[in-house]
Design a protein around this ligand. Sequence first.
Ligand code: PLP
Length: 383
Amino acid sequence: MLSSLVRNAHGSAIRKMFNATVGQSDLINFSVGEPDFITPREIIDIACTELKAGKTHYTPNRGILSLREEISKFHAKEFPCDPAENIIITAGGTEALQLAIFSLVDPGDEVIIFGPSWPNYLGQIQMAGAICRMIPTYEENDFHPDIGDIRAAINTRTKLLIINSPCNPTGAVLSKETLRQIADIILEYNLYAIVDEVYRNIIYGNIEFVSMYSFNDVRDRLVFVNSFSKMFAMTGWRVGYAISNASVINGMTLLHESGVSCLSEPYQLAAEYALQNSLHRCSAMRDEYRERRDIAHAMLNQIDGISCVMPKGAFYFFVNISKFGLSSEEFCMKLLESQRVVTVPGSGFGACGEGYFRMIFAASMDKLHCGIERISTFVKEIS
Ligand code: PLP
């Protein structure tokens, strides 16, 4: 018999929808959360050159120092961090999150997350044997958590919070006031928090983006997580990083050594090059997403019965379909069967996501036009 870890594991709803489509043609797929852009050419070239030059060996477990130095420079204006002690390079933000959770919680500890949330948090918390407490957030509140709800969820077993801003799936960007209030709670109850900012470079308009990691007084209780995946359209490369105090980073490095050991050197060098030379690419991609967001958002909101708030960051619409009286899973499955459009049911992001579906808008304008027309046809069918 397989282990209880596997028997109790639930795959994510995103992958479930993705798998339901295998072998089908004429699909318009808005399910998987990655940019449609290919990694900028110059970054690919660096990786190829380094590989051909024979960079085929292990690197230090916590990553090559020159990349950690570049990351430290990249964040220098917002917060200080020592490249030797405070940074670890990981297999995407995903591994950074897992190492942070495994370093901070014991079986039976409780972890607070805000729903609707990225489903992998739940899987990782369960793998650590910890208990997940999801605090719902609501559209009418800009998907910001209620501070009273956070206080009410804390008990003696509470150890950790996970804060994701900009948020997948809602696109919410948490305000400075909310972050400050959460930071005060962390200090008051001696908790830790993971600050997942893998979408921090994808913010639209004049929204003020504040990282909780920039608050000096709470920084020692935090693990900051970022990744090259969304920033430089490098999802398949699996390069991310975490920043925290030396003791947490040492703990994460020990676990990383047993699991992944280290990342490929050419990819680390290419990531270093990207931070030095290709930041303009991030803004160009963001501007493109903004244009697509504005047009696709208007199209979606013209469909009778559907409504969608304007996402402030990341590249997802969290679309309200509560008027149709179908569960979000029924809605998405019927939409797939009838119109061959792939979306993700809101319930896959937690019970409070019921009544919504998530679709990505980091897709070509043609695909968005055609997909939203098909959604409109489907809505007429079921209305
Ligand atoms: N955090 C959030 C909120 C995400 O949506 C994702 C990916 O979709 C990740 C972390 C991890 O991304 P990666 O492992 O590709 O860096």
